[in-house]
Unconditional design. Structure first.
Length: 196
């Protein structure tokens, strides 16, 4: 892990000197992580692609301001989360897309099949309905809870990583996640009762 951090630190230093080969290497290393993070928060392929490009542009422009107080990956996550949240806040036409493929996503961004056998149509429909229900419930959480929940459950980040990305204490992350889980349980129970 330290070797990766040192390698990342060196890439950022070279990017701050406008080394395009270093920037290309960083893009290759982080493009899937950034896209997946943006997609998890935005729920829209096109918005996630735009946000990913914006994140890399910001990394290129602000590499010289990276002080090394955190890991490069934490700094990059913070930029991706902030960019995604800005899109949500400022895009008046933003609509939450009800399909959230993150729970069944491999690290390279490909979907993991639910099973290797051919699914029956009613089972596929039920799975889509369940994902839509979950995505809708997650979207209805307050922003702080939603972001912490997505970073922990879909991006598999530790409490420590999330606290560094969001700039809050680990206790605050724990509290947000607890409140998110309680709220989701209540929302899902209510919505399932309403379902035919």
């Amino acid at each position: 892990m330290d070797e990766l951090k040192l390698e990342d630190d060196e890439l950022i230093r070279r990017i701050s000197e406008r080394d395009l080969s270093a920037f290309k290497q960083l893009v290759e290393h982080y493009k899937t992580l950034i896209y997946n993070t943006c997609y998890s928060l935005l729920g829209d392929f096109h918005l996630a692609e735009d946000a990913t490009q914006d994140v890399f542009l910001q990394i290129y422009r602000s590499a010289g301001s990276f002080r090394g107080e955190s890991q490069v990956s934490t700094w990059i996550y913070r930029i991706a989360v902030n960019r995604s949240l800005n899109i949500i806040r400022h895009n008046k036409r933003f609509r939450w897309i009800k399909s959230l493929s993150s729970p069944g996503r491999e690290k390279d961004g490909k979907e993991i099949p639910i099973s290797s056998r051919q699914e029956e149509p009613d089972k596929v429909y039920e799975d889509k309905e369940s994902k839509a229900l979950l995505a809708d419930a997650i979207h209805s959480l307050p922003e702080r809870q939603r972001v912490a929940f997505i970073l922990h459950k879909y991006e598999n980040l530790t409490y420590k990583d999330i606290s560094e990305i969001l700039g809050v204490s680990i206790n605050s992350v724990e509290a947000r996640l607890h409140r998110a889980k309680v709220a989701l349980q209540k929302k899902l129970v209510v919505r399932l009762k309403k379902s035919p």
